[in-house]
Design a protein around this ligand. Structure first.
Ligand code: G1P
Length: 291
């Protein structure tokens, strides 16, 4: 059984964000604000709250704002200090000292599996997490923490899943396997298919953007050929891993939003805004007045 601690989280963030044009023409989609915070920061905060010590961003051209966001902002901080805006200064400094952040470029958009492979050297020979920042998950304890607990107990890779009924399943990687006898949230995985046709989906268990993977997956991704939509798929790399090691699906407790999609972002905005103590009630009253 693998005993190493999960310390690193890889954030694939090299995509062009075409689903969110025109907002993403210049701004990385990971920097779009959900209420008042970039969606990337939600994922980073989730990782840190789950015990992750090192954030690895897989970036692309024109996406430097993501690294800047977690760096010191001298001009902003100096101005806030001079003006005596202590709370805002603490907010800005807090982001820069939040985590150790490294980055690596994915030079070509060859797929999610290839993006994860780009982090191979930075991860090294230890289990690691993958967070797809588009998938914002509201959960307590954090989704990744729940998964790390399952990984520590089971000693095999863990993929977050949720039930998706109907043709919408075709947008996801889908698990094959059976529910664990003892824990109905755990799925003993026997296979998986990336973006199956509805009629061919092996189950209703869709993979959501949180993974705990063993480092063996890197060697397998190196040999993974382009699959669905002509891209090197992470799902195909994990399918190869499944021939050598156990892999589990885990139906996390919590709610997931697809913040990389316009409608999903609207839903997340409404629900996260309603939870904000400073203006949640005011916003609720406003919404009630509209319908
Ligand atoms: C990716 C994965 C897919 C997973 C999905 C979750 O797809 O390839 O297996 O179900 O994320 O959000 P994408 O959304 O990049 O098409």
């Amino acid at each position: 059984m693998m005993s190493k601690k999960v310390r690193k989280a890889v954030f694939p963030a090299a995509g062009l964000g075409t689903r969110f044009l025109p907002a993403t023409k210049v701004i990385p989609k990971e920097m779009l604000a959900l209420v008042d915070k970039p969606i990337l920061q939600y994922g980073v905060e989730e990782a840190i709250a789950s015990g992750i010590e090192h954030i690895i961003l897989v970036t692309g051209r024109g996406k430097g704002a993501m690294e800047d966001h977690f760096d010191l902002s001298y001009e902003l901080d100096a101005t806030l200090e001079k003006k005596g805006k202590r709370e805002l200064l603490a907010l800005s400094r807090g982001i820069s000292s939040m985590a150790r952040v490294s980055s690596v470029r994915q030079k070509e958009p060859l797929g999610l599996g290839h993006a994860v492979l780009c982090a191979k050297e930075l991860v090294g020979d230890e289990p690691f997490a993958v967070i797809l920042p588009d998938d914002v998950i509201d959960a307590d304890p954090p989704c990744l923490k729940q998964m790390i607990d399952v990984f520590n107990e089971k000693g095999g890779s863990v993929l977050a899943t949720q039930t998706v009924e109907g043709p919408a399943i075709s947008a996801y990687g889908v698990l094959a396997g059976s529910q664990d006898q003892k824990n109905p949230r755990i799925y003993n995985c026997t296979g998986m298919v990336e973006k199956p046709k509805f009629e061919e989906a092996p189950s209703t268990q869709a993979i959501i953007g949180r993974y705990i993977l063993t480092p063996r997956v890197f060697a397998l991704l190196e040999h993974t050929q382009p699959g669905a939509v002509g891209e090197i798929q992470l799902t195909d790399g994990i399918k190869a891993l499944l021939k050598e090691e156990k892999v589990f699906g885990y139906t996390f407790a919590g709610k997931r939003f697809d913040a990389g999609d316009k409608f999903g972002m609207l839903q997340a905005t409404v629900e996260f805004a309603l939870k904000r103590p400073e203006f949640g009630e005011k916003f609720r009253a406003y919404l009630k007045g509209l319908v």
